[in-house]
Write a protein that binds this ligand. Sequence first.
Ligand SMILES: [Zn+2]
Ligand SMILES: [Zn+2]
Length: 377
Amino acid sequence: MKQQAWLPIAIAIILFANTEFKGQNLNRQVFPDMELKSQRRLLEVPDIEGFITLKGDFHMHTVFSDGSVWPEVRVEEAWQDGLDVIAITDHDRYHPNKEYLKYDNNTHYNLAAESAKNKGILLIHAIEVTRKMPPGHFNAYFVKDANLPEMEDTAARAFLTVMEKLHEQGAVMIWNHPGWIAQQKDTVKWFPVHQYILEKGWLQGIEVFNANEWYPIGLQWAAEKKLAVFANSDVHDPMRLAYDYSGNFIRPMTLVFVKARSEEAIRQAILDRLTVAWFNGTLAGTEELLGQLFEKSVSIQKVETAKGKTKYLVSNMTDFTIHCKGLSADWTGKLELTPRSAVTLIVPESTSSVDLEVTNWHIGMKENLQRRWNLSR
Ligand SMILES: [Zn+2]
Ligand SMILES: [Zn+2]
């Protein structure tokens, strides 16, 4: 009986030692595997001769206008999606959360700047100048101070003063979503005010793609009026609530061809119209830039010649989608090159070159990139 009196004490000591002395609490177990790991997508996009290709989204919102996320979230999303550069473009005078948040037109930039720096994402200080059509909405990039007293002036003329003041700050401006149905219901028109700001030198670019809409006429205008093309998300919700990320989704983006990985080089590239719009497996831009991207993206290798036919392997090393249609008498077939894939091309042995059209790479409203492949025999 005497020994048994020790038993409860011995058990207590063992339990106490297991749970507390060794720093383990059996009443708390953690499952780290449940957490979403932050992971960056690596997109394969070629550089072109003499330039580095940067991947950017230059239009997005936060709670500091009518978006539903905090500015730092935009940086994390951009990092995960493989982007190099973003611009947060909250509206200049549409502030539905003003009652709950204390802020001004620079806050969205200021709050994201540090995390952008930590993640190696270039963050462009920007604002969306938001007016009824005409003139519509404009993004101003590389602003120094986005709080202009003139922005509060609702008179139509004040818009021009705002554009002039932003230009004086060194900003470059683009016309956003020119074909947005809320602003141009049945047509997509270039208004006299657009001509005026273009001639003043206050307009450097245009969105040919916004959110999930493509405006072929925007590409036409870009060519005629020498504007840089943009494809932007204009996202308001978290990216993963706005787009379907299942499958091989690549967010809309603007490719910028720069001399260096810096804000100043991006500004210069926009001034030099060195951009290409990439959206939904489609490219839009100048013949020159798309041609150079094509040369860097596709390689063609002879496999064999047999029974009067030669077989080639056509490889796409990039994340671009490349749909080709033959234009030569010798070859009128189609090649569908999905990202990072190869397909075969079979032509008569005597064929020395084939002409083709890249049907999803647009250089004009109804015009696609055309190339000639010289085949080694
Ligand atoms: Zn807008
Ligand atoms: Zn917007």
